[in-house]
Design a binder for this molecule. Structure first.
Ligand code: S3P
Length: 440
């Protein structure tokens, strides 16, 4: 199993091909659990991601009084308590490694009639929370952080009030936290985005019967609306499929087909970036399942491609925000130089992803330069191997596993247990399609 492994050993070279279905979408699974908990009635989730991050959300909701069962590994059944039915947790809420979980829970709990304290693992305890706490305070919430970081302490207030808020950075987590708090606020809240970020919250709130109005870059929501239970279909996670899209570009001996992938346009920036680099990726839309969630789904077919370096347009950065680790691997194998700017957000993810990727690429012998808000690098035909520190970041670990396809020597990737936060079964799927990877 990928969970629990402390390091990967990956043999160099090889090829990939075949068909696979990656696990369910992490962002959508978190939201389906939370909205199901807040709804009246029984919500069922199909294709649920039983990764550590989403299980942290499930445990927190259970501590707050929501009954959640897992009749099968990818099925969840939630007995919603309605907004008013939550009660104080018996202790602190530990959100593990999950940034989405802690930030959305801040919004969900800001208007609750009881106190809550949110913490996480060592990585989460270093991540910025004021970006969420500040707008929530404008709504009258009482929230304290410690130097901007967890623990986050939320105290009850008589009621929240609606706000009009312009997000300083494109962040779906901040937007979603405000919208969740807005459900409990008096009046109409308006959130304006500087650039589009993933819109799963807006789509799924609508699927739960909430009226969400979109006026250009502004999302408006009237407080006091109740959520009605829904049947949610979770597509395969584009962010997990991304590792195999790049693997296919680098080393597909025969086409690699990824089934049922979520292709919400606010998530597929990497697809456009890879296609601009010359990738042969075909998108075959699948008909809607009829279940709620409002998410478009497609099969993706990738063939080995000669990639060219790219200057990534800044407008694509929020639409590919979680895919940069594996993008840098694609760029390392492309002809010519590549550069990403306007991506300072990557420094406050599960690790400083710009620094982690720069260090790992240097180990492999890829010429690169770390920028304050991005990374420049020059691609190479092949490169060396060596020991890579993933810094406990799931996406750094998986990105370097893919890089081994073009290496001349084995790669040892350290600190990989957190792959289980987003991609349980990664090792088995990767091996099944041709990567020569083992847990060590
Ligand atoms: C997420 C939003 C993004 C993304 C994260 C998941 C979400 O974070 O990086 O993995 O589910 O809303 P930001 O909102 O900080 O950009």
């Amino acid at each position: 199993m990928s969970g629990g492994a402390s390091r990967y050993r990956v043999q160099p070279g090889g090829s990939v091909g075949g068909e696979l279905t990656v696990p369910g979408d992490k962002s959508i699974s978190h939201r389906a659990l939370m909205f199901g908990g807040l709804a009246q009635g029984v919500t069922r989730i199909h294709g649920f991601l039983a990764g550590e991050d989403c299980l942290s959300t499930a445990r927190a909701l259970a501590d707050l009084g929501v009954r959640i069962e897992f009749p099968a590994p990818t099925e969840a059944r939630i007995e919603g308590t309605g907004m008013a039915g939550l009660h104080a947790a018996p202790g602190v809420l530990d959100m593990g490694n999950a940034g989405t979980a802690i930030r959305l829970m801040m919004g969900l709990l800001a208007g609750a009639p009881f106190a809550s304290t949110l913490i996480g693992d060592a990585s989460l305890m270093r991540r910025p929370m004021e970006r969420v706490a500040q707008p929530l305070r404008l709504m009258s919430a009482r929230i304290e952080t410690e130097d901007g970081r967890p623990p986050v302490r939320i105290s009850p207030v008589p009621h929240l009030k609606a706000i009009q808020y312009a997000l300083p950075v494109a962040s779906a987590q901040v937007k979603s936290a405000i919208l969740l708090a807005a459900l409990n606020a008096r009046g109409r809240t308006r959130v304006t985005e500087p650039a589009p970020s993933r819109d799963h919250t807006e789509r799924m709130l609508a699927a739960f019967g909430v009226e969400v109005l979109k006026e250009g870059a502004t999302i408006a929501l009237e407080g006091g609306q109740a959520l009605a239970a829904a049947e949610v279909e979770v597509p395969a996670d584009f962010s997990s499929a991304a590792f195999f899209l790049v693997a296919g570009c680098l080393a597909a001996a025969q086409p690699l087909v990824l089934r049922n992938v979520g292709v919400n346009p606010t998530r597929t920036g990497l697809l456009e970036i890879l296609q601009r680099m010359g990738a042969d990726i075909r998108v075959r839309a699948r008909p809607a399942s009829g279940r709620a969630g409002g998410e478009p789904i497609a099969d993706l077919e990738v063939r080995r491609s000669e990639l060219r370096g790219i200057t990534v347009p800044e407008s694509l950065v929020p639409l590919a925000i979680d895919e940069f680790p594996v993008f840098f691997v694609a760029a390392a194998c492309a002809r010519g130089e590549s550069v990403v700017r306007g991506a300072a957000e990557l420094r406050v993810k599960e690790s400083d992803r710009l620094a982690a990727m720069a260090a790992g690429l240097t180990t492999l012998g890829i010429e690169n330069q770390l920028l304050p808000d991005g990374l420049w690098l020059r691609g190479a035909e092949t490169f060396g191997g060596g020991t890579i520190d993933s810094r406990g970041d799931h996406r750094i670990a998986m990105a370097f596993a893919v890089a081994a396809l073009r290496a001349r020597a084995p790669l040892e990737i350290l600190d990989v247990a957190n792959v289980a936060t987003s991609f349980p079964g990664f090792l088995e799927l990767a091996r099944g399609c041709g990567l020569r990877i083992e847990a060590a």
